[in-house]
Design a protein around this ligand. Structure first.
Ligand code: FAD
Ligand code: N01
Length: 550
């Protein structure tokens, strides 16, 4: 396999479509475009397929949507043949799965790895995109599809003295390929999001000591992960098509067996019994215990209090337990975490928790780091500090639309799209799980399949109507953005300083980026727009424009 350190001649080529990203989105998109007979090239900075699962190799990395659901549903052959080893499979198995799908569909022959897209410019005269890469390649394409990921732009905070630290540093989202051995080492972990919560118990089992720097405690539910049983696998595989359809008909693309009544409609004892049962089952479906947990503060408080109580039961040191119990945001309004013995890790003698809300990290030093109140020494520091989510990969790619408009400038006040897949003045540019779509609020496999299917149908329609150029109208986009804000404001989500709101990046506009109206209603809306001749879009560049726009 080539790698970025090897030279190769620059490529100049023309395709119907260029796809950026060889994660699950780019893989499925390529497969669908081949079905239309279009020529497509997938470009990825990674050395192989898998996207998220190629990059996030940190100890403990695994999915938090059950593997039987967090997998492709478009191919009966693939879903029957593949066997998941665990209920929530680990990163190496998910990466194996991505490679299995790539083999099965013979995807790699149209993929270019170890190559970063560094610019993409739209030409208003030819209605084509020109894509430039880190290898000096130059591709032209009628359509450009971004499968560049919502959580692919790993971010290390701009700490003073960042490069002065003499030990090893790691980011969970760009983990080395070779095994990292923490045996006997003093390790600092910065962050307590999903990645840290998965990594800390595993690192703690190996390292001499683990010091966790927490700015905001998070709610986490035990996964109750375990080996996949023959019986459970059969239950899914015998009825896969119907179960996938059932997932698509839900709010989050996950079968969560929701209770359709309020947390406040029953007695405290009945409510706690339901929370206990959900806690015992484990996983994100905890939030489906009642139908108003994300809408009603008083209802949400009951769930939050229940989880805080659990944390205080598990963690033996009362001061540490207090620090770990989240109070700054309603439960579920930051991505709820799913763990394997995370809170239990704080009962180990080699794990300690430092609150960097009250005493922030000031700088990294040659020996470790310094907060406003103390200095710490480490052999290794793990940045579990997250991503420039949803927009980082897109705005960092040098995309210029109609009239040379930079996407970065257009989205300075926050991303604006019509439905998620398109943004005004960027013709023929599509985004899979783009801002303004359910994307990160859902089982991403469901949303990826939905978006790819919609984009593919759209390209097929454009071809059959002889249309060379399509873009969202400003009016439709403004209406959609407003609708997105209105729906978000019916929930508690905007109350949290989350990465959904861009709050983890200093200076990033605070806008709720995904669409919270739900996967099923979003699907219906997109289908209706397509069935009506793609209302809210405008077309150009071919004889049949007027006809299509009617
Ligand atoms: P990605 O997998 O992010 O792939 C994008 C690809 O684009 C990357 O390989 C990247 O290298 C490439 N790329 C980006 N910019 C460029 C560029 N300029 N040039 C070239 N290549 C570029 N979702 C769930 O629904 N359930 C889960 O359980 C779950 N677990 C997760 C666990 C972790 C640790 C993380 C980080 C995310 C998780 N997610 C989960 C979200 C996950 O990102 C999606 O489920 C899914 O894998 C995204 O697929 P994708 O193809 O859209 O993007
Ligand atoms: O990133 P995060 P992540 N000083 O942004 C802290 C998916 N995922 O990689 O909350 C000190 O959630 C930051 O603190 P605060 C999932 O969608 C899924 O963990 O901003 N601390 C926070 O604690 C998830 O939501 C799984 O105050 C700083 C942490 O770093 C998403 O990916 C597993 C800091 C970042 O948490 C991102 O998760 C992993 C600073 N300057 C990921 N800057 C599954 O389980 C940041 N932090 C499936």
């Amino acid at each position: 396999m080539p790698d970025a350190t090897q030279t190769r001649p620059a490529i100049t080529a023309s395709h119907d479509v260029v796809i950026v990203g060889a994660g699950f989105g780019g893989m499925y998109q390529l497969h669908r475009l081949r079905g239309l007979g279009l020529s497509a090239k997938v470009i990825d900075a990674a050395s192989g397929v898998g996207g998220t699962w190629y990059w996030n190799r940190y100890p403990g990395a695994r999915c938090d949507v059950e593997s039987m659901q967090y997998s492709f549903g478009f191919s009966e052959e693939i879903q029957q043949e593949w066997k998941w080893p665990e209920l929530f499979s680990a990163q190496p198995d998910i990466l194996k799965y991505a490679n299995f799908v790539a083999d099965k569909l013979d995807l790699r022959r149209d993929m270019l790895f170890d190559t970063r897209v560094t610019e993409a410019k739209f030409d208003d005269t030819t209605n084509q995109w020109t894509v430039g890469t880190s290898r000096g390649d130059r591709f032209t394409a009628n359509f450009l599809i971004m499968a560049s990921g919502c959580l692919s732009s790993a971010r290390v905070p701009d700490f003073k003295g960042l490069n002065t630290f003499k030990g090893k540093t790691y980011h969970t989202g760009a983990w080395p390929h070779e095994a990292v051995d923490f045996t006997g080492l003093r390790v600092g972990v910065i962050g307590t999001g999903s990645s840290a919560i998965q990594a800390i118990p595993v690192i703690a089992a190996q390292a001499a000591s683990v010091t966790v720097f927490q700015r905001t405690p998070n709610f986490s539910i035990p996964s109750r992960n375990g080996p996949m049983t023959e019986e459970y696998e059969r239950k899914w595989k015998d009825d896969y098509a119907a179960l996938r359809a059932k997932a698509r008909a839900t709010r989050n693309g996950i079968i969560a067996y929701p209770n359709d009544f309020s947390a406040l409609s029953i007695s405290p004892a009945e409510r706690d019994a339901i929370y206990e049962a959900r806690w015992a089952t484990g996983g994100t479906t905890f939030m489906a215990a009642f139908n108003d947990l994300i809408f009603d503060q008083a209802a949400n408080d009951t769930a939050a209090e229940f989880v805080r109580g659990k944390i205080k039961q598990i963690v033996k040191d009362p001061a540490t337990a207090e620090l770990l119990a989240p109070t700054s945001h309603p439960i579920g309004t930051k991505r709820i975490c799913v763990d394997t013995r995370y809170f239990e890790a704080y009962n180990r003698p080699n794990v300690r928790l430092i609150d960097v809300r009250s005493a922030p990290i000031e700088e990294l030093t040659p020996a470790g780091l310094r907060t406003t109140s103390a200095s710490y020494e480490f052999d290794a520091i793990v940045f579990a500090t997250g991503f420039d989510a949803m927009t980082g990969a897109l705005t960092g790619m040098g995309i210029e639309g109609s009239g040379g408009r930079p996407l970065e400038a257009e989205w300075r006040d926050g991303p604006r799209t019509y439905l998620g897949p398109m943004t005004a003045d960027f013709p023929n540019l599509f985004m899979i799980t783009g801002p303004g779509s359910p994307s990160v609020l859902s089982n991403m496999m469901v949303s990826i399949e939905q978006d790819v299917n919609w984009i593919t149908d759209c390209l097929s329609w454009l071809r059959s109507h002889g249309i060379a150029r399509m873009e969202a109208t400003r009016k439709a986009q403004d209406d959609w953005v407003l609708h997105g804000i209105e729906v978000a404001n019916t929930t508690l989500y905007p109350k949290a300083a989350s990465w959904y709101m861009g709050a983890n990046i200093p200076g990033k506009p605070r806008v709720f980026m995904p669409y919270i109206g739900g996967v099923a209603s979003y699907h219906d809306k997109c289908a209706e727009i397509a069935a009506n001749g793609y209302t809210g879009f405008q077309f150009g560049g071919a004889e049949k424009v007027a006809q299509a726009a009617e």
